[in-house]
Ligand binder design. Structure first.
Ligand code: NAP
Ligand code: ZN
Length: 350
């Protein structure tokens, strides 16, 4: 039987989040039901509900950094049992048959995957995300959270963790390399820790020096402020790899010039308005590359969770009750968060 749970939903871009009841589907044979304990607040949630990526399907509950406990399983489920500690990220389904899905790249499904929220599900309903008490998900889109990681600090790994791990792993970041992480927010603070654990010498590029002590606590060797005079000339040609997590439109040209010959600038930030196209000469003269990366596949998400478990990598969070969600969004728009808000889902039970 379908059942109802409490969730934080927005009825439109201009209205605040409100606690409402939403329906979750009758679990299918291959579904697990998850009691959500914690849900991270990703900047993508904000882009979505502000209609910055196109008109959202309201009423909508967002949240795709989900951590919790399996509370029921369908009769065909083989991977999970009641009581298992699990997480769900940005995807809840994909075709399973195309070249990308067969290659464990469900995020790139050629037939259109189903996002955890604001997506049209296989039954035609609009998916509702993790700012809610429970979610029903196909077992193939569920990952196991290592026992050593608490739910609240593990939840952001399901998006911020995999979005930074995947490009760092796929561009083979390793010891001896100079890696820069541009933007020290939710994604950035995960990217620094992961790149350090991969052995790289990591520099944080931030707008100001305000976060310098924190960057070093995360393992970065230094923080450089991009607003400093002559910054872009003083540091040209220094980096093998730059991970660009910035959530706003900007000129990529100066950042390209920070790359060594053969260096790569990988974009993961997904701003409302595209960056202007960079100049050809900044690419061809030093054989530099610009690339993009979208979250990661489910198998790679599990690999990232295990990597974080082994290295003791977690998100630095501000745990908030649901009553503070509207204020949290306002603060995040001012980059006033250290470094990820996570909603304590128990606060929805009252
Ligand atoms: P966030 O916590 O808000 O962090 C973004 C950081 O970007 C800020 O901390 C800030 O760093 C910098 N920044 C913000 N506004 C800026 C501006 N106007 N100019 C220059 N720098 C600015 O956001 P997030 O959750 O990490 O998400 C970052 C972006 O990645 C968003 O666009 C999000 O939608 C996207 N995203 C993409 C994927 C993917 O799969 N590709 C997955 C998740 C999220 P400093 O204060 O250090 O300068
Ligand atoms: Zn996200």
């Amino acid at each position: 039987m379908p059942f109802t749970v409490k969730a934080l939903q927005k009825a439109s871009a201009d209205e605040p989040f409100k606690v409402v009841e939403i329906e979750r589907r009758d679990p299918r044979a291959d579904d697990v039901v998850i009691d959500i304990k914690a849900a991270g607040v990703c900047h993508s949630d904000i882009h979505t509900v502000r209609n910055e990526w196109g008109q959202a399907h309201f009423p909508l509950a967002v949240g795709h950094e989900i951590a919790g406990v399996v509370s029921a399983v369908g009769e065909g489920v083989t991977k999970y049992q009641v009581g298992d500690r699990v997480g769900v990220g940005c995807l809840v389904n994909s075709c399973g048959e195309c070249e990308q899905c067969r290659n464990h790249q469900e995020q790139a499904c050629l037939n259109g995957n189903v996002g955890t929220y604001n997506s049209t599900d296989v039954d035609g309903t609009i998916t509702q995300g993790g700012y809610s008490q429970k979610v029903v998900v196909n077992e193939n889109f569920v990952c196991r959270i290592p026992d050593s990681l608490d739910f609240d600090v593990a939840a952001p790994l399901l998006c911020a963790g995999i979005t930074t791990y995947s490009p760092l792993a796929n561009w083979n970041v390793h010891e001896g390399q100079n890696v820069a992480v541009l933007g020290l927010g939710g994604l950035g603070h995960m990217g620094v820790q992961i790149a350090v654990a991969m052995g790289a010498n990591v520099t944080v590029l931030s707008r100001t020096t305000n976060k310098e002590a924190y960057a070093k606590e995360l393992g970065a060797s230094r923080l450089l402020a991009t607003s400093e005079p002559d910054f872009f000339t003083n540091h040209r040609g220094e980096f093998d790899f730059i991970l660009n997590t910035v959530a706003a439109q900007h000129d990529l040209n100066p950042f390209l010039n920070l790359l060594r010959r053969d260096g790569t600038l990988t974009l993961v930030g997904a701003p409302e308005h595209d960056h202007p196209s960079p100049q050809v000469f900044n690419l061809i003269m030093k054989r530099r590359r610009i690339a993009g990366s979208l979250i990661g596949g489910i198998a790679e998400t599990q690999e990232m969770l295990d990597f974080c478990g082994q290295h003791g990598i977690t998100s630095d969070i501000e745990l908030i009750p649901m009553q503070q969600i509207n204020e949290a969004y306002e603060r995040m728009l001012k980059s006033d968060v250290k470094y990820r808000f996570v909603v304590d889902i128990d606060s929805l039970r009252v």
